[in-house]
Design a binder for this molecule. Structure first.
Ligand code: PEP
Ligand code: MN
Length: 337
């Protein structure tokens, strides 16, 4: 349920209402937007008297929300959420490119790529330290050492770091990570999501390869229900009958999510297509379709990459792509960074 408040609602009236609702076991979320102030109600609202709420002289309207996601719902928060990563803004007109290798492989590799992508316009550095591999015999990542190397690359370049967590028991290791990524395979690891909800740190939540948009939003809701509202959604391709690409990039997820939710949406053209030669076109299409950012795998030596080489573009290809993304951002009214 949401209450649209009148312009003249006083802070004391709002505070009293919030207190009264809390005594009835209903949590609230206040969103002071550009045009409207909205009080979102979370919890069991079935016992609330809608007529009584409507009759309050500082309440404009009372609406029931049909969707099961509340905090992530645009009706709760009409303005776009801008996630602030230590001053680096993502969403609400700020477009960010997250670039870097699939996996951190060595100090030289990660610092070299970090410098290259930073020079070309990336706003954040990606790199997996804990890798979710289909085969237990494949490279599993440098784990804790990989996190340390990412931090060194951050120190060198100033780029905030984005890296994947696979287990809640690793959270202490991620304390100094700027954005924690939840991979496609863990999108419905609800215990992990609940623990991440207790943090006050941006979370990049990837859509599971066989999950609907509503399920993605429900997973975001798990994080937000714990009070962590800094969630970035990522479409990274879903499984379909098509085998020519690694997954099928659901670009229509961008306008759909934008309609349903206020959270920023980032597109991953690398995991969705699985081939470096398709990364450029899908990146441009994503920017044109209203995405708030991209997460792109970049490797200086894709042929010898320890993970996801075939879908990784080179720093050179990355540097040619960024100006064209900027040209599209001009048209859609967004800024890089
Ligand atoms: C990754 O970002 O390297 C990754 C494993 O992505 P996904 O979870 O989308 O497969
Ligand atoms: Mn990868």
């Amino acid at each position: 349920m949401i209450l649209v408040l009148k312009d003249n609602a006083s802070q004391a009236q709002i505070d009293n209402l919030i207190k009264w609702l809390k005594s009835l076991g209903v949590d609230t979320h206040l969103s002071v937007g550009r045009y409207q102030t909205i009080l979102g109600l979370v919890g069991d609202t079935s016992g609330l008297d809608e007529d009584l709420l409507s009759s309050l002289d500082f309440v404009e309207t009372v609406k029931r929300i049909q969707e099961p996601f509340k905090n992530a719902n645009r009706k709760f928060h009409p303005d776009d959420t801008v996630v602030d990563i230590g001053g680096t803004k993502l969403g609400g007109g700020h477009f960010q490119i997250i670039a870097g290798p699939c996996s951190v492989e060595s100090r030289e590799q990660i610092t070299y790529i970090a410098r290259e992508v930073k020079n070309d316009g990336a706003g954040l550095l990606r790199g997996g330290a804990f890798k979710p591999r289909t085969s237990p015999y494949a490279f599993q990542g440098l784990r804790a050492e990989g996190l340390e190397l990412l931090k060194e690359a951050r120190k060198e370049t100033g780029l905030p770091i984005v890296t994947e967590i696979m287990d809640a028991s690793h959270i202490p290791l991620f304390e100094d990570v700027d954005v924690i990524q939840v991979g496609a395979r863990n999108m419905q690891n609800f215990e992990l999501l609940k623990e991440l909800g207790k943090l006050r740190k941006p979370i990049l939540l990837k859509r599971g390869m066989a999950n609907t948009i509503q399920e993605l939003l429900m997973s975001a809701e798990y994080i937000m229900a714990g009070g962590n509202e800094q969630v970035i959604l990522c479409e990274r391709g879903i499984r379909t009958f098509e085998t020519y690409t690694r997954n099928t990039l659901d670009l229509s997820a961008i306008p759909v999510i934008k309609e349903l939710s206020h959270l920023p949406v980032v597109i991953d053209p690398s995991h969705s297509t699985g081939h470096s030669r398709f990364v450029r076109s899908m990146s441009l299409a994503a920017a044109a379709a209203g995405a708030d950012g991209l997460i792109i795998e970049v490797h200086n030596d894709p042929q010898h990459a320890l993970c996801d080489g075939p879908q990784s573009i080179t720093p050179d290809a990355f540097s040619k792509l960024v100006p064209d993304i900027k040209a599209i951002l001009d048209i859609v009214g967004k800024e890089l960074g």
